[in-house]
Design a protein around this ligand. Structure first.
Ligand SMILES: Nc1ncnc2c1ncn2[C@@H]1O[C@H](COP(=O)(O)OP(=O)(O)OP(=O)(O)O)[C@@H](O)[C@H]1O
Length: 595
């Protein structure tokens, strides 16, 4: 999906200086594969040299032998053989150039993709809050593909450059004055290229913008199909799409017009003109010296070696610009600075007991609006802390700072008496188990979703864990059992089943501390009972922070804190809080009435 980020990049022209900067950085990736690129460059150079030599050889043969009526058969044979060998060497060199260039380009692209993916894993939640997932996917896939075109164009530009230079060298060697006359066509060509590039880049930007709008529309109408049908929005959507589609076609049409006017016809007209001028010069009646036919032949070859690459280059100019834009968007990710909160990897500290202390913790997502204010509590090893409060009161935010998804700037969080920031990330992730309301399922099977590709976990352990959290019975009923396929996002599993699998997943990783966002929605009473039992078993012997939407589920918690607008407004056990007849009491009675 294209997005606002995309649009802003397309609608603005990138200043030349910035384009050069992007180009240099892209070349940095390419230069990692110097060996391949150097071989390709030598290949391209030699191909151009042969392109220059072959007509030269033919010119020599024409002027020295073919003009005479009787040419010895050996000479003809030798000339034919020489030309054949030359063409064969050219083909081999062409292959070498293309092969090594493709190899270098693909390796460069692979390294760009790797760098992007690696970078994404260093970025914090803040980055993902601000960047639409669709745009990230499009950066890693589409934009790197666009870079592939860009590199192909780059190769063709190098090749064209060699071809143009060698054509000129050959023309000057063959006939200096004619070469000079042909040089006059160069500024004309450059002028046409300049004019073409100005117009085509504007049209191309326009085209991409419209295409991106169509993509966004399409995406919206697929994702929101139920809403569209429910509110009878089909007609409006179709009309809107038609308008966009029409504009796209018009822009595309303008592009085709420009290309069909400027691209081939103009260059081939100029080529014919140049050829005519050359022929006129060679056949000029007042000439005192005779110009041999071979020279005329070679000249016509050199002229086509000059004009053809120019029209190819013009044709590919938009792809080149496309590559620069793709590069800009890729570097935007590589330069992002919203890193995940830092942990100290050197300390080697381990979490053994699981005591949690929040001391005057305050937190904001963007650094402006404080969401959590002065939060303090202690949870002793093995105890459960229930967190309750209205929607938006800050429950998930407490989990977010506890899990180190976001950095907090005021106060302290201690685990086993040590500042949470001092634990290596690996230790933290190992000892803190997070169970979310709607757990994510990976593409694969049930067992890989429980094991999460940790090879140290045996099948037996998986089954034990599933049994403990009561997931085993439904897994055993599935076709394929523990190897039953799980599609993208686990859509063919019910929410309750996904919950139970995620419990098993957490149980096999055996964390010291559990962080739970309690599941409530859309499960039947039977599954609810299963989930509650599973949770109870999961919590056993572990320190637990649990967000509870249904208060009955944490009635047995050792301590409950009640949040309101990011502050703790009440704390105590279920009974103590009910007796206070405050927020908790009100929430509890409200929920009872709703039942
Ligand atoms: N990623 C985020 N970026 C910016 N603000 C956020 C983000 N997540 C939550 N908030 C804001 O922080 C406040 C607290 O949200 P939080 O999700 O912690 O509430 P909650 O109590 O868990 O709500 P719920 O019960 O609906 O899940 C809300 O005002 C919300 O708009």
């Amino acid at each position: 999906m294209e997005d606002e980020h995309t649009k802003s990049v397309w609608s603005k022209e990138i200043p030349v200086k910035e384009q050069l900067g992007i180009f240099k950085r892209l070349m940095h990736f390419v230069m990692r594969f110097k060996k391949e690129m150097l071989i390709a460059l030598i290949g391209a150079f030699l191909v151009s040299a042969i392109n220059m030599l072959l007509p030269f050889g033919l010119q020599y043969f024409l002027d020295n032998y073919l003009v005479h009526l009787s040419v010895p058969a050996q000479i003809i044979l030798f000339a034919g053989l020489l030309y054949g060998v030359g063409s064969l060497i050219k083909a081999i060199l062409q292959f070498t150039y293309e092969y090594f260039f493709a190899l270098g380009s693909e390796k460069s692209l692979e390294s760009v993709r790797r760098a992007l993916y690696k970078k994404l894993h260093t970025l914090g939640m803040r980055y993902f809050d601000q960047t639409p997932a669709g745009s990230i996917v499009s950066r890693v896939t589409n934009d790197t593909m666009t870079l592939s075109n860009f590199l192909t164009v780059l190769g063709s530009i190098v090749m064209s450059f060699f071809s143009i230079v060698s054509a000129f060298v050959a023309m000057f060697t063959s006939n200096f004055v004619a070469g000079l006359i042909m040089l006059a066509f160069l500024p004309i060509m450059l002028f046409i290229i300049w004019q073409y590039s100005k117009r085509s880049s504007r049209l191309y930007r326009n085209y991409r913008e419209r295409l991106s709008r169509i993509n966004t529309d399409l995406n919206e109408s697929i994702e929101g199909v139920s809403l569209i049908q429910q509110f009878k929005q089909e007609k409006r959507m179709i009309n809107y799409f038609e308008d966009e589609n029409n504009s796209l076609m018009k822009t595309r049409f303008n592009m085709i017009n420009l290309n069909s006017m400027l691209l081939s016809p103009l260059t081939s007209m100029l080529y014919s003109l140049a050829l005519a001028v050359a022929l006129m010069y060679f056949g000029f009646p007042l000439r005192t010296t005779f110009v041999p036919a071979g020279v005329v032949y070679a000249f016509s070859q050199y002229l086509s070696q000059f004009f053809n690459p120019i029209s190819t280059m013009m044709d590919q100019m938009t792809l080149f610009q496309d590559g620069i834009v793709a590069g800009k968007r890729i570097f935007k990710i590589l330069d992002a600075t919203q890193y995940e909160p830092k942990q100290n990897a050197q300390t080697g500290l381990t979490i053994t007991k699981g005591k949690i202390e929040f001391k005057h913790v305050s937190f904001s997502y963007g650094g402006k609006n404080e969401i959590l204010h002065d939060i303090s509590f202690t949870v002793n090893p093995g105890e459960t802390l229930g967190i309750v409060g209205h929607t938006g009161s800050g429950k998930s935010s407490i989990i977010n700072v506890m899990m180190r998804f976001y950095e907090f700037h005021k106060g302290e969080i201690l685990i086993d008496g040590v500042n949470i920031k001092k634990y290596p990330k690996k230790e933290l992730r190992k000892k803190l188990g997070l169970v979310l309301q709607d757990p994510f399922m990976f593409y694969g099977d049930i067992s890989s979703n429980i094991r999460l590709y940790n090879r140290n976990i045996t099948d037996k352990q998986i089954k034990e864990a599933a049994k403990t959290v009561q997931a085993d019975s439904f897994i055993e009923k599935m076709p394929g059992k523990y190897h039953a396929k799980v599609g993208e996002g686990g859509s063919e599993l019910s929410q309750g089943q996904r919950q139970l699998i995620s419990f098993a997943r957490t149980l096999v990783s055996d964390p010291k501390i559990l962080v739970l966002d309690e599941a409530t929605a859309n499960v039947d009473t039977e599954t609810e009972a299963l989930i509650q039992q599973g949770l109870k078993r999961l919590r056993k012997g572990r320190t637990t922070l649990a967000i509870a939407h249904r208060l009955s589920t944490i009635a047995d918690a050792d301590q409950i804190i009640v949040l309101d607008k990011g502050r703790i407004v009440e704390r105590g056990t279920h009974e103590q809080l009910l007796a206070q007849k405050g927020y908790y009491y009100n929430l509890y009675t409200l929920q009872k009435k709703q039942k």
